[in-house]
Design a protein around this ligand. Structure first.
Ligand code: N01
Length: 508
């Protein structure tokens, strides 16, 4: 349906398209919800995606070595198992092909508008609709679901002189495949999950690689291998084998929650394993000292790699720990005054997780943006799926649904259950608006933060992007993931303030 609206924020005499539900983003989360809505027989929805394809983070992160650190059979939709995974831990290209294949198979691509950058979403209390502006036109919607995810906005470091660098410079999530690194002097800033995959992949081809490390990560072995044809045949043809494999991976991963979230002292076992790996793989005592972490394992995401330490031990690789003072046109100067010349700079410094710029574009009931609300109270929500002051808006991958130990797709599917049930409930009860009650949200967050205060993420002695400037942990789920699945099984409308549509005046 198309109509004209006069409101300046939306339309301004441009045509406005109304849809019942708008989903923003088509990564694992947005795409999964779109499929569910189609399965429920809903046709009046659209997915607005700023990229030109589905896939989200798996579309964007094409850096050399990009791969998943959760096993393939778990890191996939439960309704679209893939017996053909080539390895136990999939690489980026294979995951992206899987996501594309699922989008095609479930026939939801015609519900997508690609290259559609959502520039604003504003709640209109009079019409009880969201007014959405985008690079592909204006929309109104009864309900908006934000599925933009936490790892979509690259976080560029605020280092003196970084804008004056004249060589190739790019973020890990925006890899420039035209840049030829062969035989070049390259620097990489960061030693997180992305960097530890990039470093071994490019070290053999570059002349020199300087790794600028601020905090040494803990590493565990990566038990990765190609699947045998016989295994793939069994996954495909023997009933239950793939489900069993998935369940076994899920159960094994879930045992980590006991140490991470309940009894951090138990992480000592993992730490001994990581220490032994470090001792064995890093022979040079000076390098070993540099890359030995000084916090409890698990406080930051535990990384898995068998190639990282051997890459750091190469003759053409240096780990620099002195801290960057300045970046110049062709070099990096560290705080001890050493200047190292480089031709290219890779910035693997992570994402805006607790301060996403997308928060500035969403304006709620009282005229404040999500960013202003979060600035005041911290990034808080209810079941990761709703935020008070933002009626008829749901979030996939909202506050406190993040994980470090297992598949985010599991959490996403839990939220899809909740949000799709919310939409059904709204229809069934004829609701005009639903907004989570502030007191319910507050109580939920008090309970969450009390649980989080005992976890290794809060007590492990590290500074991580899991924590915000208030010292709270607004990112992680502090319990077993099956508890979250239980909590999101049904939409609990009683936690929400609701209004119903005014009755139509009776004809006389
Ligand atoms: O980012 P990060 P990432 N000067 O934030 C350093 C997921 N992921 O892109 O530790 C110098 O982890 C920073 O140092 P420090 C996964 O959830 C998954 O690597 O803050 N250094 C750190 O070393 C992961 O957690 C896979 O002291 C600076 C690094 O940059 C998330 O993505 C693969 C700096 C940033 O590490 C993000 O990972 C890859 C500065 N100013 C990623 N600022 C899978 O396999 C930051 N750093 C599923």
């Amino acid at each position: 349906m198309s109509r004209k609206v006069t409101d300046k924020a939306v339309g301004d005499d441009r045509p406005v398209r109304h849809v019942k539900t708008v989903i923003i983003g088509s990564g694992f989360a947005g795409l999964g919800l779109a499929i569910r809505l189609s399965q429920q027989g809903r046709t009046d929805y659209l997915v607005l995606e700023r990229g030109s394809d589905v896939g989200g983070t798996w579309r964007d992160n094409t850096y050399p070595g990009a791969a998943c650190d959760v096993p393939s059979h778990l890191y996939s939709y439960s309704f679209a198992l893939n017996p053909n995974w080539s390895r136990s831990f999939s690489r980026q290209g294979e995951i992206q092909s899987y996501i594309q294949g699922v989008a095609k198979k479930y026939n939801v691509l015609d519900k997508h508008i690609f290259d559609c950058d959502v520039t604003g979403a504003r709640w209109n209390d009079d019409t009880a609709q969201w007014e959405i502006t985008s690079s592909k036109g204006d929309f109104t919607a009864d309900t908006v679901v934000s599925a933009v995810g936490a790892l979509c906005e690259p976080n560029l470091p605020d280092i003196k002189g970084i804008n004056t660098f004249e060589g190739e410079i790019f973020h890990s999530a925006r890899w420039n495949h035209d840049a030829d690194l062969n035989g070049k002097r390259v620097a990489i800033i960061g030693t997180g999950a992305s960097a530890i995959q990039i470093i071994p992949s490019i070290a053999p081809q570059v002349a020199k690689l300087d790794v600028y490390q601020r905090t040494a990560p803990w590493l565990l072995p990566r038990v990765d291998r190609p699947y045998l044809k016989a295994e793939q045949l069994a996954f495909k043809h023997v009933p239950g084998v793939q489900r069993l494999s998935r369940a076994a991976i899920y159960a094994a991963r879930e045992t980590q929650v006991v140490g991470l979230a309940k009894f951090p002292a138990l992480m000592q076992g993992f730490q001994l394993l990581a220490k032994a790996k470090l001792q064995y793989e890093v022979r040079d005592p000076e390098l070993r000292k540099k890359v030995t972490p000084d916090f409890r394992i698990g406080c930051k995401r535990m990384l898995i790699s068998n190639e990282y330490y051997p890459a750091l031990s190469r003759d053409n690789v240096d780990v620099v720990t002195d801290g960057i003072a300045e970046i110049r046109a062709g070099s990096i100067v560290t705080k001890d005054g050493t200047e190292r010349e480089i031709d290219a700079l890779i910035v693997a410094t992570g994402f805006h997780v607790t301060d996403s710029p997308t928060y500035e574009t969403i304006t709620g009931r009282d005229g404040r943006t999500l960013s202003e609300v979060f600035d005041e109270i911290g990034q808080q929500g209810y079941k990761g799926s709703a935020v008070a002051n933002f009626p008829n808006m749901f979030f996939l991958l909202g506050p406190n649904v993040g994980l470090g130990h297992t598949s985010m797709v599991y959490m996403i599917e839990s939220q899809i259950n909740y949000i799709s049930d919310a939409l059904t409930t709204v229809d069934r009860l004829g609701l005009r608006t639903v907004e989570v009650r502030r007191e319910v949200q507050d109580a939920y967050n008090e309970d969450l933060q009390a649980k989080l205060s005992k976890t290794v993420w809060n007590t492990g002695g590290c500074a991580s992007w899991y924590l915000d400037k208030h010292g709270n942990n607004p990112t992680l789920w502090p319990d077993f993931t099956f508890q979250f699945r239980r909590l999101t099984k049904n939409f609990d409308v009683s936690a929400y303030a609701t209004t119903t549509a005014p009755a139509e005046p009776k004809a006389v």
